[in-house]
Design a protein. Structure first.
Length: 180
């Protein structure tokens, strides 16, 4: 999203009202982006809150006002991965609880959970490129700006990520049963 450069410059100079206005304009985009990374409403809101806090603390370091949205997305992605790392330290569900959860889901939810699981097995740069390209419909050029990588590298990440996802999904048990 392109923002008024004057408003971004005011935020960089310390105007908290200008920053608040910019964050309000970005809130829906940030929410859906965070949700695609952390997959729960509460965690997405936590990531957005931390992103807003970090934006407030470090807005003065933004060099190019025209890249405010890209800068904010980078902060959000870092916060999402930080949150996911912290969650991996948590104790997982007991086997019985997991079986009950799986039994209560319909086929579409199970397929989505297998896709998410396969996506989580990719390295972070592959995950980011897939999520930004397919879940947020960003162009390869925009993704390269957010990830601070050349366009060719983003294309390579997408191609390799698709190949690994295909392999991982083909290995998953429920998908194989349906096609036999």
């Amino acid at each position: 999203m392109k923002h008024d450069i004057y408003t971004v410059k005011k935020a960089i100079k310390g105007d908290t009202k200008a920053l608040e206005k910019l964050l309000i304009l970005e809130q829906q985009k940030l929410y859906y982006m965070a949700l695609s990374y952390v997959s729960s409403k509460e965690n997405a809101l936590d990531a957005i809150q931390e992103t807003s806090y970090n934006a407030l603390l470090f807005i003065h370091q933004l060099r190019n006002p025209e890249y405010f949205s890209t800068w904010l997305c980078r902060i959000l992605i870092r916060e999402c991965y930080k949150l996911l790392r912290e969650q991996k330290k948590m104790i997982p569900y007991e086997d019985e609880v997991l079986v009950k959860k799986l039994e209560s889901k319909d086929d579409k939810e199970i397929e989505t959970s297998y896709v998410r699981e396969a996506l989580s097995k990719l390295n972070t740069s592959y995950q980011s490129s897939i999520i930004l390209f397919y879940y947020h419909d960003l162009s390869i050029k925009d993704i390269s700006e957010i990830m601070e990588k050349p366009v060719g590298t983003v294309k390579t990440h997408l191609r390799r990520a698709r190949k690994k996802l295909k392999t991982e999904i083909e290995r998953s048990h429920p998908f194989n049963e349906k096609f036999i």
